[in-house]
Ligand binder design. Structure first.
Ligand SMILES: [Zn+2]
Length: 245
């Protein structure tokens, strides 16, 4: 994730990877009010200060996008005064905005403090995305999603899975063909219905086997972990997929 801490005084950019947070860039603020001397008529001061704030926010948003691309971050966590934060958001791309959450931290906080504060916000964002994903599965065009666990396994075999969605909270038994690697929800399979081999083994964790196949196929993997999402997903579990075609 990319963590952005904006303030009048200075703005700081952090990148977090696997729990470690590192500051990668820092810019000094323009000290906006200080720049406006008495030569600026009183009635122009607010308009001028607000324009300068917008320009600065635009530059900061551009820095954030550049750092996000460089470090391939997938979330933006933002801590900023309300007016600066709003101006900053105005200049962020749609993709970045969709994965942005706010958090609170002191502008001089250490990387570790920032990491802890941002982790809670990231968790909220993750739960929000999980809800959106379950919503997508429920509302998607039937042709764009698999409609049951066995169909999901069939789509995996056919290389059609774009995103595999799994509830891995409990182990589901199933079967695996050692010849063609097909997976089956059924547990009593003696002959593989796909390749006709009699080399089918029982497995105790169908979800784990499906996840391995999804990784090999370079599909995305999303877990359902939030309790509310889990109950919404229960009728679809333990496996569903968003399909490539
Ligand atoms: Zn087979």
């Amino acid at each position: 994730m990319l963590v952005v801490l904006l303030s009048r005084e200075q703005s700081r950019f952090f990148v977090s990877h696997l729990g470690a947070v590192e500051e990668v860039y820092r810019v000094k603020g323009q000290r906006i009010r200080g720049m406006l001397t008495d030569r600026v008529p009183r009635d122009r001061r607010d308009a001028l200060a607000s324009q300068i704030l917008k320009d600065e926010a635009k530059a900061l948003a551009s820095i954030a996008e550049t750092i996000g691309r460089e470090f391939e971050t997938s979330y933006v966590l933002l801590c900023a005064p309300p007016d600066m934060g709003a101006a900053f958001r105005d200049h962020l791309s749609k993709a970045a905005l969709a994965r942005l959450a706010s958090f609170e931290a002191g502008v001089h906080a250490s990387a570790a403090e920032i990491g802890a504060a941002a982790a809670a916000a990231q968790e909220q964002l993750r739960v929000r995305e999980e809800h959106e994903l379950v919503g997508r599965l429920l509302e998607a065009d039937p042709a764009a999603v698999s409609t049951g666990t066995q169909e999901t396994l069939d789509c995996l075999r056919e290389g059609r899975v774009l995103t595999l969605v799994a509830d891995d909270s409990y182990a589901t038994p199933g079967s695996h063909c050692r010849q063609c690697q097909s997976l089956f929800e059924a547990t009593q399979v003696s002959t593989c219905p796909i390749c006709r081999a009699a080399d089918v083994e029982a497995i105790d964790d169908l979800v784990e086997a499906a996840l391995e196949q999804a990784i090999d196929a370079k599909a995305h993997i999303e877990f359902i972990r939030d309790p509310a999402c889990r109950s919404a997903f229960a009728g679809m579990g333990p496996l569903r997929a968003l399909l490539r075609y």
